[in-house]
Design a protein around this ligand. Structure first.
Ligand SMILES: *Cc1c(COP(=O)(O)O)cnc(C)c1O
Length: 378
């Protein structure tokens, strides 16, 4: 990874001038700022950022500049990164499974908020962390659909278990809260409603007043076919919290990853070759920047540029697209529409690619060089 300190006008300017043969991640700080404002202005509570979606220091520093004061972290390295860049930021350690040594590290870094979904993990926190001023959020799971894939398959306590955990948290002297995550790219706001209704029922059955309710990430980013209005999600969250919790609602937190950062980056890949069948071989694939394509059924908007930076506008055809490695799995799961005159050395620029590319790019087969270039507009 190279960080380029120059600022270019647009991806096509850079591609034309430099003809990079490696994939390029184009970052527009202005787009990130606009995205942060949607959450800071629209969400009725504390807007935080899930660092795993894109841990690039340029992302973190721009979010700090936009006014974010709290971050969801999942590992000692993420905690270290945030402590270097923002010694006073609130860190929410919401990976519910941690080793004892990870917990001791978090304690030494001043982390004051943890999530749990099981008794073993709660007992570890009680053993290692003093309760004064420390929040423990019980992570709830529900059989809720609507997300591109379901996070409940890995984490979260059933309602019965959550009641028990919440009581245990309160008795141990920690600040009791609740959290959930509907699953990434969740396009149905009703998922949030179902979770909030359940969180209120759990708190009431436990006889514990929630200090805060963290409604997770999972907010959808734009795709080739959809441009979800997050204000609809925020409005339904507000309405449901008021209806379910009445006069003393918990303070709200959200922790978007994808929806915060996706629109701030485009990802440029280059055509290495077009074979005799018209199949396209790219310099990037499922082991690099396109790693989400096989696991997430989300179509990205894309355009094809000639080496001179001109948009190819010939009629398109569904085209098989291979990645650069010698592994036969390294192919995009669905054909994508590409202009019939696409040729060697062209670029395919995918939009809304800021989430889950950094950190997911491997060096398999000698590929994986990822340059980040800052642009004024994408
Ligand atoms: C990954 C994750 C997020 C961010 O999810 P997105 O779908 O990217 O918004 C938020 N909270 C937790 C606990 C996570 O694990």
């Amino acid at each position: 990874m190279t960080i380029n300190s120059e600022i270019w006008d647009s991806p096509s300017d850079y591609l034309q001038a430099r003809s990079p043969d490696h994939p390029v991640h184009f970052f527009a700080p202005s787009a990130l700022n606009a995205s942060a404002k949607r959450f800071l202005d629209g969400f009725n509570g504390l807007a935080t950022y899930a660092v795993k979606a894109n841990p690039d220091p340029a992302v973190i520093s721009n979010l700090l500049a936009a006014g974010l004061t709290a971050f969801d972290v999942a590992s000692p390295n993420e905690i270290r990164l945030l402590r270097e860049m923002a010694p006073n930021a609130a860190l929410h350690y919401n990976n519910p499974v941690r080793s004892r040594s990870e917990l001791r590290f978090a304690r030494s870094a001043g982390v004051k908020s943890y999530s749990v979904d099981g008794s073993n993990e709660l007992l570890k926190i009680i053993e290692i962390i003093c309760p004064e001023g420390v929040e423990i959020s019980v992570r709830i799971k529900l059989p809720v659909s609507g997300a591109a894939y379901d996070f409940g398959a890995k984490f979260g306590a059933t309602p019965e278990k959550a009641i028990e955990l919440l009581q245990h948290v309160a008795i141990a002297g920690f600040i009791p809260s609740a959290t959930f995550h509907p699953g990434t790219q969740c396009e149905d706001p009703q998922a949030w409603r179902a979770y909030i209704v359940e969180a209120a029922a759990i708190a009431s059955a436990a006889g514990v007043a929630l200090d805060r309710l963290n409604v997770g990430g999972g907010f959808p980013a734009n795709t080739a076919n959809t441009a979800p209005d997050l204000n609809n999600f925020f409005a339904l969250i507000n309405k449901t919290v008021t209806a379910e919790f009445g006069a003393t609602p918990p303070a709200l937190i959200c922790e978007p990853g994808r929806a915060m950062v996706a629109s701030a980056f485009s990802h440029a890949t280059r055509v290495k070759s077009v074979n005799d069948n018209g199949d396209v071989f790219l310099n990037d694939g499922i082991y690099g920047g396109l790693s989400e394509f096989p696991v997430l059924n989300v179509e990205r908007r894309h355009s094809v540029l000639s080496p001179m930076g001109k948009t190819r506008s010939c009629v398109s055809a569904p085209t098989l697209v291979f990645g650069p490695t010698c592994d036969s799995l390294d192919v995009l799961p669905r054909r994508i529409m590409l202009p019939r005159d696409i040729a060697d050395d062209d670029y395919i620029v995918f939009a809304n690619m800021g989430a889950y590319v950094k950190g997911m790019t491997t060096n398999f087969n000698g590929y994986g060089q990822l340059e980040t270039v800052t642009v004024l507009t994408l």
